[in-house]
Design a protein. Structure first.
Length: 211
């Protein structure tokens, strides 16, 4: 019987390292923490961690099928490209107005947990990342996607993602010392990454049409 703790550690380490590079999710966590508060950033992080666990599970069972579908369906690529480009334009042009008072925080009509689910769910890189990660893991470990080993792996993915994103929440405390300047910078970084993802998806779609 395979050791579930080993699978937990593998899932934890892969997800932790995969979350560190700047991407739309961790920058959204930073932006939310800077603009609002730590609790809001943690809500984004928790939602994104749940989605990451689901995306890893999808990659385990349906990864190659989904990858083939995305490669063959040009309209899906154009749709994803347009969403990320639109998000980039919205975030770049939106003026940041960080919250200060407790009254403002309590009256916000925003669901940061929902926003985290949406941003993480729309990330087109997640399933391909896990397909690549699982292929790499399989070279060193005969992956048993069942029972306690699967639960251990998915739990490691969840905790690894959550800890990595919480690190960005903590780091955002420093940015709050220069609140307005850092908020604008994070906006631009997030917009640039979303635009890059959108243009990449669009370029792939165009290449698929021309192929």
């Amino acid at each position: 019987m395979e050791n579930p703790l080993l699978y937990f550690f593998v899932g934890f380490l892969v997800c932790l390292l995969g979350t560190i590079p700047f991407g739309p999710i961790n920058l959204t966590v930073v932006k939310t923490t800077v603009d609002y508060d730590r609790r809001s950033g943690i809500e984004i992080a928790f939602a994104a961690s749940l989605v990451e666990m689901l995306q890893a599970l999808i990659a385990i069972y349906f990864g190659m099928l989904i990858s083939s579908f995305l490669d063959e369906n040009v309209f899906v690529k154009f749709f994803l490209a347009s969403i990320f480009i639109a998000l980039a334009i919205f975030i770049f042009t939106r003026r940041s107005e960080p919250e200060h008072s407790l009254e403002n925080r309590q009256s916000r009509p925003l669901s940061f947990f929902r926003n985290g689910l949406i941003i993480a769910g729309l990330n087109p890189q997640a399933v391909p990342f896990w397909i690549f990660a699982l292929a790499t893991i399989s070279q060193y470990l005969e992956f048993q996607a069942m029972g306690l080993t699967l639960i251990g792996f998915l739990l490691g993915v969840f905790i690894g993602k959550l800890i990595a994103l919480y690190g960005f929440v903590v780091a955002s405390t420093y940015l709050k010392a220069h609140l307005q300047e850092s908020s604008t910078l994070v906006n631009r970084l997030l917009a640039a990454i979303l635009l890059f993802i959108g243009l990449s998806q669009g370029w792939n779609a165009v290449n698929s049409l021309l192929a």
